[in-house]
Ligand binder design. Structure first.
Ligand code: ATP
Length: 479
């Protein structure tokens, strides 16, 4: 793991953002629990997505489908047959790698060494391999021909490449058998497709319209060593936008821009985002792009925007025998709508926001770590401190805290020096700290300290709620 990622992981544990799952039993790999600050951050990001997708569009509605679905759903979607990772084991270290990622790492190394032509040739071979009938064989051939060594041990002692299905299986009822096998959903999208008619009819929607969902997904990821970047249980925020065939590219372009802007509106620095256009999208897609973020582990996907044609609804029509067509009253024709999907990981977004907000700063006589979250996603919006625990200051501070809590999450702290209390709130990413002091007793004013600029202003205590509300709404990143 990178040094920065190590620091973020440690801050997350220390401050109560994120803990390893089942820690007292030694932990469970690639599963994490959100603590008091983490759960607030997550709720705020979820809320920001819902606001941007559902409330700001009169033609998008939400659903909350169940995690367990009829097993034929996953046959129709292609997950039973094709939701595989090609894996290869280093016999020396017994470590397991995704074969395609191994090759991508090799290409990046070649590029670093200025071997552009060779890198390009391997890249082309990889693209061909990803579409080959025998993917494991094609990937294995590249690894052999290029003599790619294991990143950890440096050995060139590989097993064959094998396909591994990422879906978690379980069984309905008391007996385990192949006829009652069901799956934990590996994506939320299928819960949307199977409810296409239910939502369209009950919400009286006409194409173009969208269905949005936030929920858990499960993947038995093999290479999962990067904190909440790749988990076995995670949350997705997905929206499927149903359009008339032939208009999908317009919708695709529109959603690309809207989705990028959403990340920026949450405070992510634009220069840390870039596109990755899929040169050869999946066979059913006619365009696909990822929004990439420069994580501490390098540039990685945070969100995918895919133009998926009528593949999903068409497959469900085929497997269920139920018509998935829409009658378009404007052209008086029936068709299976095309779909543009936006799919972002909630946890991966959290890791992006944690990485983007993390700052180490040298102050006059000390160093501080500050999480510069956009106030709208910050777990705590304001903290209130009495300067001392006497002379009626705690009572006034509690009254302000109570007022603030009617509107958002606030915090009261009277322990330790003011400096220490500020430091704790800096690490929690709290944008405003309010201090009740001697002057408050005389004239009813308090100080409000800005987390990023460290500037302090004095305002009447009655105006604190409005002040924080205005700031949260109008906040702009420093610099
Ligand atoms: P990757 O290539 O990183 O495995 P993917 O292309 O399989 O991702 P999608 O199936 O398109 O991902 O899922 C959409 C989004 O869900 C991803 O952009 C990512 O943010 C999130 N996601 C996918 N897998 C995981 C995981 N194992 N842990 C956390 N988030 C994930």
């Amino acid at each position: 793991m990178s040094k920065l990622l190590d620091k973020i992981v440690s801050l997350c544990k220390r401050r109560g953002f994120i803990f390893q799952s089942s820690e007292i039993y030694g932990g469970l790999g690639a599963a994490y629990d959100y603590g008091p600050l983490g759960v607030e951050l997550k709720r705020n990001v979820h809320g920001s997505w819902w606001q941007a997708m559902v409330y700001q569009h009169d033609n998008i509605e939400g659903v909350d489908a169940s995690i367990l679905m009829h097993p034929t759903v996953w046959k129709a979607s292609g997950h039973v047959d094709a939701f595989h990772d090609p894996l290869i084991d280093d016999k020396a270290s017994k470590r397991r790698y995704k074969a395609d990622q191994l090759i991508e790492g090799h290409i990046a190394k070649l590029r670093d060494k200025g071997k552009e032509a060779q890198a390009e040739a391997v890249h082309q071979r990889l693209l061909e391999a990803l579409n080959a009938d025998d993917l494991p064989k094609a990937l294995y051939a590249i690894i052999m021909d290029e003599e790619i060594r294991a990143p950890d041990s440096g050995a060139f002692d590989w097993t064959e490449v094998r396909q591994f299905n990422l879906m978690f299986e379980t069984h309905v009822g008391p007996l385990a058998g192949s006829d009652n096998t069901i799956y934990l959903r590996p994506e939320t999208a299928q819960g949307i497709f199977v409810n296409f008619h239910n939502v369209r009819e009950t919400a009286r929607l006409q194409v173009p319209f969208g269905i949005a969902q936030v929920g858990k997904a499960f993947r038995n990821e093999i290479v999962a060593r990067q904190f909440i970047f790749r988990m076995r249980e995670f949350e997705q925020m997905e929206m499927q936008y149903f359009v008339k065939p032939g208009t999908q590219m317009e919708a695709y372009e529109e959603w690309k821009e809207k989705r990028r802007q959403w990340h920026i509106d949450n405070g992510v620095r634009p220069e840390k985002l870039r596109w990755h256009v899929h040169e050869k999208p999946a066979h059913y897609a006619d365009a696909a792009v990822d929004i990439m973020y420069e994580f501490p582990i390098g540039w990685q996907e945070v969100e995918g925007i895919h133009s998926r044609t009528d593949f999903d609804l068409g497959k469900h029509q085929e497997y269920s025998g139920k018509k998935m067509e829409y009658f378009d009253p404007q052209i008086k024709e029936r068709y299976i709508p095309y779909v543009v999907e936006t799919s972002v990981g909630l946890d991966r977004t959290i890791l992006m926001l944690l990485s983007d907000a993390y700052r180490e700063e040298q102050l006059e006589n000390e160093q501080r770590v500050v999480m510069s979250f956009h106030p709208k996603i910050a777990p705590i919006k304001a903290a209130v401190f009495p300067l001392v625990k006497k002379e009626g200051m705690p009572e006034i501070a509690h009254a302000i805290e109570k007022d603030l809590r009617k509107h958002f999450n606030a915090f009261y702290d009277e322990k330790g020096s003011i400096g220490k209390r500020y430091r704790r709130m800096d690490e929690a990413g709290t944008p405003y700290c309010i201090t009740v002091d001697g002057e408050t007793l005389e004239d009813g004013t308090v100080t409000i300290r800005d987390r990023d600029s460290l500037e302090q202003v004095r305002i009447p205590k009655e105006n604190v709620v409005a002040f924080v509300q205005d700031k949260v709404r109008d906040w702009q990143p420093a610099g």
